[in-house]
Design a protein around this ligand. Sequence first.
Ligand code: ATP
Ligand code: MG
Ligand code: MG
Ligand code: MG
Length: 472
Amino acid sequence: MKTSAEIRQSFLDFFKSKGHEIVPSSSLVPGNDPTLLFTNAGMVQFKDVFLGSEKRSYTRAVSSQRCVRAGGKHNDLDQVGYTARHHTFFEMLGNFSFGDYFKRDAITYAWELLTGVWGLPKDRLLVTIYHTDDEAFDIWHREVGLPADRIIRIGDNKGAPYASDNFWQMADTGPCGPCTEIFYDHGAHIPGGPPGSPDEDGDRFIEIWNNVFMQFDRAADGTLTPLPAPCVDTGMGLERVSAVLQHVHSNYEIDLFQHLIRAAGALTNTSDLENKSLRVIADHIRACSFLVVDGVLPSNEGRGYVLRRIIRRALRHGYILGVRGAFFHKMVAALIAVMGDAYPELVAKRELVERALATEEERFGETLGKGMKLFEEVAAKSTATIPGADAFRLYDTYGFPVDLTADIARERGLTVDMDGYDRAMRKQQEDARGASQFETKAMLSAEAIQQLPATAFLGYDSLVADDLKLVG
Ligand code: ATP
Ligand code: MG
Ligand code: MG
Ligand code: MG
């Protein structure tokens, strides 16, 4: 069995053998892009190279990029624990061409790695292409030999072309192009339909690798002009491909997660390692630790508030498992055991990470139990909806971020009255303004959390700078 560490290395080595420069992962806090909350894809550190405003000494690069998708309208936080394939933190393996090779090489490299080097069965793989991309179709069908019924054309189901899963664009204008995505079929015993079908959100057909072809320059009037030097930007989730290569169906069954889940089980005295709360804790320790490594600390605004929300969610899952003291920061040792080699910065900042998490545990530990008691009382009286005023009280008095309350509610088949929550928040802010000439404390309203618009930034989920201002 290949470990995830070996799979990461084998990806880097493969593309190195194809002339790619191995580039280390950049920080989760994007240095070159104030418009983005967190690094959410491998291409982020190369954005200016794609745009042509930055030159590098190489035209081919490969990386394993740490990513967080836990902010903005399309964030994956609410998927964690509910799907077998979405994490708040994950590693994106990617190869990049800056005006060097294009579709043919990108597709044939991907196929060679998956089926040649890694030996995946060809009949378990299928791909999507942008519906008009006959060039990609021909490469997949004629050159690679993939049967036509395993090449699915995905159209503009949501109106504008760039709304398609298989066409991305950087912004309203600028470089854009179609993409082809590679899916693995985990087998008929798992629920879910093929991409493009009504039940595509199941866990049977898993998207493992996205290959984006930056091909056009889009003008303000919508016209597409071919780029003089088309580029390639790809991304493959290390955890998803590890599941495939380790013959398991869920990311949580791979070596790396199993280690973290066993550690969480030991710390919370939980023997059922399938327990969903253990999975969430194993997921969240990665996001929380690496965010601290990259300089984010729990706070009430911006990036720090996202971190606080993830930590508090993890602590609540510990509470579900019966933990009544601090435990989360003790997970860092287990994380270092599985990721310390690949990320020496994690080892170097261990103490800082443990201290930051322990401090937050202490702070929230004082109110978590009382808040849960209040929640139970409210839930017992509520048929479908937790009143906004109660959600606000949980926030204001017990430090429950409203998305945490919504998550707890969801487990009971309840929702939170977000409008009511926002009204309560606004009323408190107005009262505070009336009562004091000083600035009111920074708060993140439910609206700000739920409604943050995502930019079409290279087709990846992201946040714009204005969103950060909303929460400051
Ligand atoms: P999905 O449709 O499954 O949400 P995506 O289309 O949003 O994935 P991309 O933006 O295309 O994902 O990112 C490239 C690759 O990164 C995906 O093919 C997948 O392997 C991986 N990936 C994306 N989001 C996550 C996540 N939240 N956790 C783990 N891996 C992810
Ligand atoms: Mg997604
Ligand atoms: Mg997708
Ligand atoms: Mg995708």
